[in-house]
Ligand binder design. Structure first.
Ligand code: ATP
Ligand code: MG
Length: 341
């Protein structure tokens, strides 16, 4: 029987899993539902939907925080439930290629490796690829030939900025802010301006439905929450200026971090980036008009790819399928690993 081979991009918001046998990419919310602090009884999308709605004895846990694994046991359980092979969970001899962030500690990086190699996964081989590299490949950049390219991946809890040149990352910075930071700001603004309390999932839904950078202004989205004046549940219109304010506040430091990084890039790399434009990936890049707004703010061209949240896992898939790209993934056990850090 053919060996199972998987590609993984473990996001704080959702896991992206590529199954080579089926040649298919799946996404699963990175959440588990725990009953009485001990028993995990739901995982993935089902657990995420219960957030802020579940009864008291049930808590929804998020196994990753700000781009790194914070609860390894729960993360293993979640993967076990989601990565099913014909031979059962985590069959022996399975191979993995996993995308990991660059700007994290060595311990945090190793946790991604240990998650699979020393756990019930009993993996035969685990190879690692820098997420910025996978992201660039998935965005269609020929990174081995390119003199300069830049990628900004805005996800659930991180913003990963990479400058690449001729097959490798030359500069990288991981900001610990993402969609969840915007949603927290929306919750605060709604409370302050409308005396209305909404939950995190409602804030996310309002943000996605709002016209943030659109032409049409003065729109509003209906949301359920708690009316503080009447002290009871209710439904209110959330005007899109609230979402726009939260998103723009969030983008300010992101734009500054990008400009600062480009100042450090070698001149030939910078020239190539200016010519090509900066690629926006990650789920937040689904926000219509974001590329044009970033371009206005930084004076550098930006562009967005199709299904930007899947860019990194598409890159992992391409590395698994192409002989030319194979060498971009490496094992932490490799002799030359230390040269690649
Ligand atoms: N259509 C959409 N419009 C706007 N935002 C969206 C859309 N779809 C998803 N998002 C947002 O994208 C974010 C998740 O993106 P992504 O899947 O790239 O994160 P992640 O990889 O799990 O997190 P991280 O990379 O930070 O660990 C969430 O905040 C989600 O609300
Ligand atoms: Mg991500």
């Amino acid at each position: 029987m053919a060996r199972s081979i998987y590609g993984l991009d473990l996001g704080t918001y959702q896991l992206k899993i590529y199954d080579k046998k089926e040649n298919r990419i799946r996404t699963v919310k990175n959440a588990v539902a725990v009953r009485n602090e001990t028993e995990i009884f739901a995982t993935g999308d089902r657990a995420y939907e219960m957030y802020e709605k579940a009864p008291g004895e049930i808590t929804i846990e998020f196994p990753m925080k700000e781009g790194v694994i914070s609860r390894i046991g729960e993360m293993q359980y979640l993967l076990e439930s989601e990565v099913k092979t014909e031979e059962g969970f985590f069959s022996r001899g399975t191979e993995y290629v996993i995308a990991v962030p660059t700007d994290v500690t060595e311990m945090e990086k190793k946790a991604f490796f240990d998650l699979l190699i020393y756990s019930s996964a009993r993996a035969k081989e685990v190879r690692i690829v820098e997420r910025g590299v996978a992201d660039a490949i998935g965005a269609g950049i020929d990174i081995k030939q390119e003199t300069g390219a830049a990628i900004v991946n805005i996800g659930g809890e991180t913003t990963d900025i990479s400058v690449l040149s001729r097959g490798g990352i030359v500069l990288n910075r991981l900001l610990k802010t993402g969609g969840a930071s915007i949603d927290r700001a929306i919750i605060t603004l709604v409370r302050r301006h409308l005396d209305f309390v909404i939950g995190r999932l409602t804030a996310e839904a309002v943000r996605i439905q709002s016209s943030v950078f659109g032409e049409e202004q003065g729109h509003a989205v209906m949301a359920a929450g708690r009316d503080l004046v009447r002290s009871r549940p209710g439904i209110k219109e959330i005007p899109d200026y609230i979402v726009r304010t939260a998103v723009k506040e969030f983008l300010k430091p992101c734009g500054e971090a990008v400009s600062l990084m480009l100042e450090q890039a070698p001149p030939d790399v910078l020239a190539a980036i200016r010519k090509r434009g900066i690629c926006l990936t990650g789920g937040i890049a689904c926000t219509k008009g974001l590329d044009r707004y970033m371009e206005e703010k930084t004076g550098i061209p930006f562009y967005t790819v199709k299904e930007p949240h899947l860019s990194a896992i598409r890159g992992v898939r391409d590395i698994l399928l192409s002989d030319d790209l194979k060498d971009l993934a490496y094992s932490m056990k490799d002799e030359n690993y230390r040269w690649m850090r």
